[in-house]
Design a protein around this ligand. Structure first.
Ligand SMILES: Nc1ncnc2c1ncn2[C@@H]1O[C@H](COP(=O)(O)OP(=O)(O)O)[C@@H](O)[C@H]1O
Ligand SMILES: [Mg+2]
Length: 382
């Protein structure tokens, strides 16, 4: 088995994905897997090769000028993926299992699983639909509402509506209680999110969010906040991790908190910002874990995902916030605290990927009919 680890891509979270990718590559190598690092640069070019599997390469500026990009040989990519370089001495590399490490757009949003599905390749993690819904905070919340899962009250709109019906949208937003959180619908890592304390900052916050995404939501702030996270692992009968409480200084759990300060809380470093297990009583803990598993199943997730909650400590209310189908560095630190070491986590994810693939193979994807023969005789009505 040769595993392709995919990372980078055209996403504001490109750099974080390099970190996750490198982390997975080194873990798989320790387990003696054949690993091919597959890096998509910010322009969408594909590079494959050993050197890309080392963080040092990117730390040193990631000079790609000496590397030749690869293309996907669609003719031969069935049940495997075949990558080739153009030219007489072009290399050819084949993988037969995909391990995506993308964060955000053009990867984590369902596009990567879509490509793997078309190539009939087993892959780690969530499928097209679950990834796509989880990427979109508005669709996520609408699905919660449809299933009576508590989530903060919100208004959603797109750039076109805001341009043409600003008054109506502002009126609707005025019905929400400040402080508000204005967010791009399909981003992550807290990029483009603003906490707005009163009407004054609203316009600017919307413009910031619109800078990143044409779809926006304005959401009521959860007070007395504890940021709670639960990682989930499995396919049909998933397990929940212990809960994590994330601490942050200012208005929100920011990009700096997540990736920069003290090595980054979302990368499992910055221990001073993580409380594991979260300071919640046993009943609240258990029900959050059950809810995380329920949400995982409701979205049709597989492999792993991380379900985040906003907990109002005073009211004792657990608001479902968002789902990440590709948690940074697979949230290895939380799994380690839950008794699943990183190597074990990788092995489990590969096994789950193969099981899901085998199950799908049992389904029929053909349907015999004579519709085409009949179609010959159809005539367009004049
Ligand atoms: N409704 C809210 N109430 C209170 N804090 C919020 C709310 N929404 C977001 N936040 C804060 O902002 C952070 C990032 O928001 P989130 O919706 O998780 O987006 P991202 O996908 O960028 O992580 C949260 O972890 C939390 O600290
Ligand atoms: Mg978040």
């Amino acid at each position: 088995m040769t595993i392709g680890v995919f990372f980078g891509s055209r996403s504001p979270e490109h750099d974080v994905s390099i970190i996750t990718g490198e982390f997975i590559i080194s873990g798989l190598k320790k387990l003696n897997y054949n690993v091919v690092p597959i890096y998509l640069d910010k322009q969408g070019r594909w590079f494959l090769g050993e050197e890309l599997g080392k963080l040092a390469f990117f730390k040193d500026g990631g000079d790609l000028t000496k590397l030749k990009p690869y293309y996907l040989d669609l003719e031969n990519s069935r049940g495997r993926m075949v990558f080739k370089q153009k030219g007489l001495f072009g290399q050819e590399i084949e993988i037969n299992l995909a391990f995506p490490a993308f964060h955000g757009q053009n990867g984590e949003d369902g596009t990567a699983p879509g490509l793997f599905e078309l190539c009939d390749l087993p892959y780690v993690g969530c499928d097209v639909a679950s990834s796509a819904i989880a990427m979109d905070k508005v669709l996520t919340k609408e699905l919660y509402l449809a299933h009576n899962i508590l989530t903060a009250k919100f208004i959603a709109f797109n750039a076109h509506e805001f341009e043409h019906n600003q008054d109506i949208i502002m009126k609707k937003i005025a019905e929400l209680k400040y402080p508000l959180f204005v967010k791009p619908a399909r981003l992550g890592s807290s990029i483009g999110i603003t906490k707005v304390k009163d009407n004054e900052g609203l316009q600017n916050a919307i413009e910031v969010a619109l800078h990143y995404d044409g779809k926006i939501l304005a959401e009521e702030g959860v007070e007395n906040l504890m940021d709670v996270t639960c990682a989930v692992l499995g396919n049909d009968e998933p397990q929940a991790s212990v809960l994590q409480e994330s601490l942050f200084g200012d208005d929100l759990f920011s990009y700096e908190d997540k990736y920069l300060d003290e090595g980054g809380a979302q990368l499992g470093n910055a221990e001073s910002k993580l409380v594991i297990p979260a300071r919640l009583d046993e009943g609240t803990t258990r029900s959050a874990q059950e809810l995380a598993k329920r949400i995982f199943k409701l979205f049709g997730c597989s492999g792993t995902a991380r379900v985040d909650f906003l907990y109002d400590k005073k009211e004792g209310k657990m608001y479902a916030n968002e789902i990440n189908t590709m948690p940074g560095t697979l949230y290895h630190h939380l799994w380690a605290k839950s008794g699943v070491e990183f190597e074990d986590l990788l092995q489990k994810l590969i096994k789950l990927a193969r099981e899901k693939y085998a199950e799908k193979k049992e389904l029929t994807s053909t349907f015999e009919s004579d519709i085409l023969a009949q179609a010959n005789s159809l005539k367009l009505k004049q």
